[in-house]
Design a protein around this ligand. Structure first.
Ligand code: PMT
Length: 396
């Protein structure tokens, strides 16, 4: 089989250096990679680095090697174009059909699938101009990833960070080797952590970022499912191609899941739901001296309640424990009438908010015996696909 060819377009942002790793990982997967940097990006990573890593010549301008008509030959011979990092300026230029360097000329001249990996300051990412440009590109069939949330180059924190290489590769592979095995399926996913108010200022909450459920919703959508994500208190943006409903409390999440459950084929309960809430919610701030104890009332157990009336639905639950207690995982799987449960050890700070997860998939069969599949540390996108694979076996 001949090597599949990727053009790696590099925009002028500090994240350009992270694309060196992306280039290597694409080569590890057997792709031939030609790098086309923008002239501005050479301020961050020079041509010599790209030539050494790719083993191929690197040019930025259509005025070099004119006899080869590089933008047309590169554009037509590539199977994929990945733009990483995509800066606000580069995204704007591509959206408006500009052709002022070799990269933008090549993008215009190529019909290959195109993935853009944005990286910029959160204020630039959320600026209406960028939002509109991203929408134009998505409407034209470009795949534009959501950047990560986190620390930026300066002291600022927000959405705009260049995603981890593993997440880019997962997205790229889904484009390069698309699987549409969930077409026609309705998938309901919960994610994030509920917040139970005590007064207008305080709440009982947890450390869930929503990333694991978000990865599941995106993976199911990519595989062709009609996906609804019920997202509690997460800073992540609405994922594209997914209908996203924002909630805050366990009761609100319960109502949304309860409404949608009968019409879905698969429920994935990855949200961290508070088991209890303050019995009394004060309308004004509780004074320091009165804050000595909190009386609690139980929240509905969402997954148990809806699973008890399941017909052909498959239900995936999660168990967040502070040790990998398999017996407790099995107990939860069976007592909550779930079909599959992912048991993760959340002690320490390595799962909540991280891009990676690890644990054990527990699968119940009709005789209530439980199969165990160990999952070594991997990114949340890969785990999402593993869980969906298991759900698909059950869906038939
Ligand atoms: O969001 P991230 O930062 O990516 O972190 C991911 C995660 C750690 C939150 C996720 O992997 C995870 O473990 N989610 C489940 C957390 C949890 O609530 O576990 P639990 O053991 O308390 O609950 C067991 C199951 O019952 C879960 O599927 C939960 O959604 C469900 N539940 C719990 C309480 C309740 N009142 N109703 C429920 O449906």
């Amino acid at each position: 089989m001949s090597t599949r060819e990727v053009i790696l377009g590099v925009g002028g942002g500090i994240a350009a250096y992270k694309s060196c790793d992306l280039l290597r990982r694409l080569q590890d997967q057997g792709f031939g990679v030609t790098v086309i940097p923008t002239p501005a990006s050479l301020n961050f990573v020079g041509s010599a680095t790209w030539e050494a890593l790719s083993g191929r010549p690197v040019t930025t301008s259509v005025w070099e090697k004119v006899d080869e008509v590089r933008h047309v030959s590169l554009g037509s011979s590539s199977d994929f174009i990945v733009v990483a990092p995509g800066t606000a300026d580069l995204i704007a230029r591509i959206a408006h059909g500009r052709a002022d360097d070799l990269l933008t000329n090549t993008i215009l001249a190529s019909s290959a699938p195109k993935l853009i990996v944005p990286a910029m300051h959160p204020a630039m990412w959320s600026n209406p101009a960028t939002v509109a440009n991203v929408q134009i590109l998505r409407d034209r069939g470009f795949f534009v990833m959501e950047p990560d949330h986190g620390r930026l180059t300066g002291k600022d924190v927000g959405v705009g960070r260049f995603p981890e290489t593993s997440r880019i590769l997962a997205e790229f592979n889904s484009i390069a080797n698309p699987v549409h095995d969930l077409i026609g399926r309705k998938v309901l996913v919960t994610a994030g952590g509920t917040r139970e108010p005590l007064d207008p200022i305080r709440f009982i909450g947890n450390r869930s970022s929503g990333k694991q459920g978000y990865a599941l919703a995106r993976a199911a959508a990519r595989r062709g499912a009609d996906v609804t994500l019920i997202l509690a208190n997460s800073e992540l943006p609405d994922p594209s191609g997914v209908s996203c409903i924002r909630v805050s409390t366990a009761q609100e999440m319960f109502e949304k899941v309860d409404q949608a459950f009968d019409g879905c084929d698969l429920l994935v309960m990855s949200a961290a739901v508070a088991d209890a809430k303050p019995l009394h919610v004060s309308q004004s701030k509780i004074k320091k001296g009165a804050l000595t104890s909190i009386e609690l009332a139980a929240n509905p157990d969402i997954v148990s309640t809806v699973s008890s009336r399941k017909k052909n639905q498959v239900v995936i639950a999660f168990a967040a424990e502070t040790s990998l207690d398999i017996e407790e995982g099995k107990r939860k799987l069976l007592s909550k009438s779930a079909d599959i449960l992912f048991l993760n050890d959340v002690a320490g700070s390595e799962i909540f908010g991280s891009d990676q997860n690890q644990g054990v998939i527990l699968i119940s069969d009709k005789a209530q015996s439980v199969q165990e599949i160990n999952v070594d540390r991997t990114d949340k996108d890969t785990l999402a696909d593993l869980l969906l694979d298991q759900a698909l076996h059950r869906l038939g």
